[in-house]
Ligand binder design. Sequence first.
Ligand SMILES: [Zn+2]
Length: 288
Amino acid sequence: MSASVWSMRFWGVRGSFPCPGATTARYGGNTPCVSLEGPGPSLILDAGTGIHACGHALLERTEGPGTIDVILTHTHWDHIMGLPYFEPLYREGWTVRIHGPRPETRSLRDVIHALWEPSVFPAVPVADLQVVELRDDDFAIAGWRIRSYAMHHPGRTLGYRMERPGVRPVAYLTDNELEKPEEPAGSQWRVGLVDFLRGVGTLVHDTMFTDAELETRHGWGHSSPDAAVRLAAEAECRELFLFHHDVEKDDVAMDTVVRSTRLFAAGIAPGLSVDPTIEGTTLGLEDT
Ligand SMILES: [Zn+2]
């Protein structure tokens, strides 16, 4: 086993808006933020409210100033609302690069800089804040080879596959509707998505609504745990992590979702391990 361990840390796993409190304390209430950490620079995925704690931890363990890369899946509130509270932005000498797809109606730069418009936020970043619109679907950031795939979600949203030597490839697909009624099972998009995931060991996927809840929520851009299991099985992933938890599901309801998803997975993909993402936990990504 290599000494240079890379891991994935979950700082925020909740969809839509933060829901802190006693009934959601076990799974966590912060909105999406995940980091890839190891001996090199960290890579941060999404800037939900989880990025606040991520920023503090990063400053604590890094001899700064340095450069931090943040990749956004899209610019809906829950994925960017933590950015004004990302401490490295208020440290002289640091560089923070925000990468992401161009939103539908304005440039990514416009959307990001609007977070500090004086009528909604009083402070001004002193770090070098750079905003980079992703133009290619295969690129390298912070030592990772990253490929993107267009998600089924209102607005422009990308899912990412990340790999580097010695690490089992990992995919982060959130805010994605896998089984739209108008999307036939063998569609080009679906076949392309399965191809995109080939060789991925760890799949983190949006599982916000159950199949029953989705009956009235088609077009919202989210998936059920069972649909994510079907995808992970088809792409032959080794482990599936449920993500972007519904704010309406407290810890007890989440326990039920996890139990029923494991039961479903045992029936169609006995080799697939299924776990929920839990705020504050770390997942080792060594290639074994
Ligand atoms: Zn979201």
